[in-house]
Structures are given as C-alpha cells and as structure tokens.
Design a protein around this ligand. Structure first.
Ligand code: BGP
Length: 487
C-alpha cells in the first residue's frame, strides 16, 4: 500500500529564540531567564546566576546568531521545501522588562522581517509565544508565573502580536511544553520563571538544574495561571482574526508498564494521565480532568481559582494540539528495579529499546501509540512540533557531514506517523526539532546537535558560525518533495 501524508501537510522544522537567535542585547532587547543560564554538559548541569558574570559562558547570548543570519537560514529552509517554520518570539525583544505597555518597535520590525522572509519561500510561520523566554525582570521582581499579574502582562504581549502580525501569521502556540511545570526544578525555572532562593552569591549561582530544590505549590499555581492565560489568548486571537489557528503544546510522555502486574499498569496510567491529560484536558476540553481533585487533595495543593476562571477555561479551548516527542519511558511500583541513569524521563530502562548518546530512549512506535492516544481522547487535529535526534556530528575533510543515524531516526518516526494517519489520526504537520544546529535547552551544549544544517560552533562558544548542509538535509528535502512517499 502506498503511504503519503494528507494534502497540505505542514512539513518543516522547529527552533526557539533563546537557543537560536543570539543578539541578546541588540535592538533594545531586555534580559530573559535563559540569558542568566550558564552552559553545561552531559554530566555537569547548567546553572542559573543572579545576573550576568564575566567568568561564565552564557550560550543564549550569541546562540547561533539567527538574529543576523535569518535570511541565509530561511533560504536553506526554502531549499528543503519547508511548508512551515516553527519559531518563537523572544518576549524581551518586544517588552524588555515585560511590564511596559507599548512594545519596542525595533523588536517588532525584526520579527516582521523574519515573517516576510518566510513568505518569500511560501513558508508559513508557526509562532510559539512563550518558549522558556520569560523576561528576567518578571522572574526576579514578580516571582514569575506564580504571580497572577503575569496573565495581564502576557495578554498585552499577545495582543500586540496578534494585531501587529495579523496578515503574516496564522498558526500560534501559546506556551511551549506547558506541562513542564509539573516537573521539578527545571519546570520551575524554565517553565515558570520561578527562581530558587539565593545561595553562594559570591559567584552568583542560584541553583543548578539538577538540584532537588522545588516548590510544588508555586509550580501548580504558576501552571494554573498559564492555563488561564492560554485560554484568554486563544479567545483574543480568534477575536482579532477569526482565521487564527491556536494550538497548545505539550511535552508528551509515555510510561509503559514495566511488567503486566496491575500495580505497574496503574502506575504507568497515572504517570501518563498527569503528564499528558492534566494540561491537555484544560486546553482541549476546557476543564481540569476528574483525577486532578484527588491529586490536589493528596498533595495538599490549593489551586487559586478566581471566579472567572471556570468560564475562561471553557471558552478558550484550542484549535489543535501539538506536542514534542523524543523518547519513551517505563513505570513500575517495584522499588528494586534499578532506575536507568541518563534516561531523561526517569524510569527503569526499557530492555527492548536502545538509547541515544545522551541516554534518551529511542522509540518510533511510541509515536504512533501516542498519536492514537491523543486523537482517541480529543478528536482534534494534532501536530508533532518537536522530534529529532541529538547526536555528535563529524565534519569530513571535504566538508561533508554524514549523519545516517539522524536519517534513520527521522525515517522510523515518520513511518509511524504514516501508520497513525492510516489509523485515522488527523495529523496536520511535523516540524523536526533544531532544523539548524542550536543550543541544547537541557545542557546548554552545542555538541548535542539536532540539525539538518550544521553550524560551526563548539561548546566553548568558538567557531565561525558557518552553515553546512548535512546528508539529512538532502534526504529530508526529498521526503518533503514526495510528501512522505519516499523515505
Ligand atoms: C524540548 C524543548 C526544546 C528542545 C528540546 C530538546 O524540551 O522544548 O527547547 O531543546 O526539548 O532538548 P535538549 O535541547 O535538552 O536536547
């Protein structure tokens, strides 16, 4: 049977401003939370510092310089035949502190130029409004999203975006991986802009991302505020332009039962319910799921519901659901099963699957499983907006880069998406993560490369920033040209 994606399928790639753009102090941009995050490695965590200190390397400051090279980058996307380019707006480029009423015109002009450049190649921008880029001022002075006032600052920012780019942007995502706020220190800082209490202030380090510091109540509060903000943004987007299509974005999670013991099956179910449906239900169905009440009670969490919230959530449901998918994990109630080190999702290693160089379990069939799970529950269009392989690449003497491992990873995942489409899933598109090499969010490294386009830059920040096509570039170009018929 010949398989292909549906007509109009949105093939493309995905990036985030703080990992891609650089130009951190140009054009009137303010400081955002990632701008105070140091580089780390596979084995040493990134740190958050209280301000900028010359002894540290901050990878977001230059990133890979999309700010100055966007024409060249977008031309390469045009060459690959992208239909869509997922990118995020750096909030601080428009509102340096986050509290201003009127936006910085230079920042607005930059994104206008980027969108116009996309249009030249027939590429639709898919814009993430908030991708781990909270203004540092809002984090420091307001306590990040744990403060309800952020809803208004965010909506003011959204209004400017929807009005300013009314004729240029159709597809929006309100928050990247909103459910990261369900996950410890990383969720607090990157997702919520909730900074840890100061310590070791001589070197300015507030906390490392792997530290056990956590504030569960504040995380759940922040998440509620984001969900309300997202619902209000959806309504606003539709009011300003009925053609706007607004989606949510989840960090998807699979937790296969480690054994068929009912205890493990339940544990797997509960893990997936919380990770996928706690936020998914609010976004798509307009209300928290039934299991949430028990969870809050058992954790002793109070959700700060305001009178208007119930109606706001009901009325602000999304047009489509998008998610990131890289790997799967397992779940067990048995404390004696060793937890696999380096397995990002944390759980016993799955003996049937292999792992990437960074210890992320590779599971293409999991993507089909997940697409069926989401579609079965929600019955709205889905989009895979992050997927890809972070790996080390080698540049050959003649300048070529052979990355069969990345092609293999993408091929297997696209095959499973084709299967899911056969299963009846309504799939809108696929944007491979980090289509041009960029800074890793988790470790702050350059060595963990996802790109189809190579960027000459190393972990210390050295390199010419020159772009080079990898083998995967040509392969993906053909996949797009044949709409998935030739893999
Ligand atoms: C997601 C983030 C991205 C991206 C990706 C890969 O969680 O939305 O910003 O970076 O993960 O993760 P990493 O960069 O840590 O390899």
């Amino acid at each position: 049977m010949e398989r292909a994606m549906p007509e109009g399928f949105l093939w493309g790639g995905a990036t985030a401003a703080n990992q891609f753009e650089g130009g951190w102090q140009e054009g009137g941009k303010g400081i955002s939370v990632p701008d105070v995050m140091t580089g780390g490695t596979k084995t040493s965590p990134r740190h958050v510092t209280d301000g900028i200190f010359p002894e540290y390397h901050y990878p977001s400051h230059e990133a890979v310089d999309f700010y100055h090279r966007y024409k060249e980058d977008i031309a390469l996307y045009g060459e690959m035949g992208f239909k869509v380019f997922r990118m995020s707006i750096n909030w601080t480029r428009l509102f340096p502190k986050g509290t201003e009423e009127t936006p910085n015109r230079e920042g607005l002009q930059f994104y206008r130029d980027v969108f116009l450049e996309c249009k030249k190649y027939g590429i639709e921008p898919l814009v993430t409004i908030s991708h781990y880029e909270l203004p540092y001022y809002l984090a420091k002075e307001y306590g990040g999203w744990s403060n309800r006032k952020l809803i208004d600052f965010y909506l003011n920012y959204c209004r400017v975006l929807f009005e300013e780019y009314k004729d240029l942007v159709r597809y929006w995502l309100t928050f990247n991986e909103i459910n990261i706020l369900l996950m410890g220190a990383y969720g607090n800082i990157m997702g919520g802009g909730i900074l840890p209490p100061g310590r070791d202030t001589k070197v300015g380090v507030l906390a490392g991302l792997d530290e056990s510091w956590d504030e569960e109540q504040r995380r759940f509060t922040a998440l509620h505020h984001q969900l309300v903000a997202s619902a209000k943004a959806v309504r606003l987007a539709h009011e300003i332009n009925p053609l706007n299509r607004v989606g949510c974005m989840l960090l998807s999670r699979i937790a296969y039962p480690y054994t068929c013991r009912p205890e493990d099956v339940l544990k797997g179910q509960q893990t997936m319910q919380l990770a996928n449906y706690y936020c998914g239900d609010v976004h798509v169905r307009g209300a928290y799921p039934s299991f949430a009440r028990r969870l809050w009670k058992e954790k002793g969490i109070e959700i700060p519901f305001m009178e208007e919230d119930e109606a706001v959530l009901k009325e602000g449901t999304v047009d489509f659901l998008s998610f990131s998918y890289y790997s799967s994990s397992t779940a067990t109630e048995d404390p004696n099963v060793p937890v696999a080190a380096g397995n990002m999702m944390r759980g016993p290693a799955n003996p049937y699957l292999t792992q990437s160089q960074w210890g992320w379990t590779i599971d293409p069939k999991g993507l089909r499983y997940l697409l069926n799970e989401f579609y079965g529950r929600y019955q709205i269009p889905l989009m895979v907006v992050e997927n890809g392989l972070g790996a080390e690449d080698r540049v050959e003497e003649d300048g070529s880069i052979h990355d069969p491992y990345r092609i293999e990873y993408m091929r297997e995942h696209i095959l499973q998406m084709l299967e899911a489409v056969e299963d009846g899933v309504e799939l809108m598109g696929y944007t491979v993560w980090g289509c041009t090499d960029l800074v890793s969010a988790g470790t702050g490294e350059m060595a963990k490369r996802y790109g189809l386009v190579y960027v000459d830059k190393d972990n210390q920040g050295k390199g010419t920033l020159e772009r080079r096509r990898k083998d995967s570039f040509y392969w993906y170009r053909n996949v797009i040209a044949t709409n998935g018929r030739e893999l």
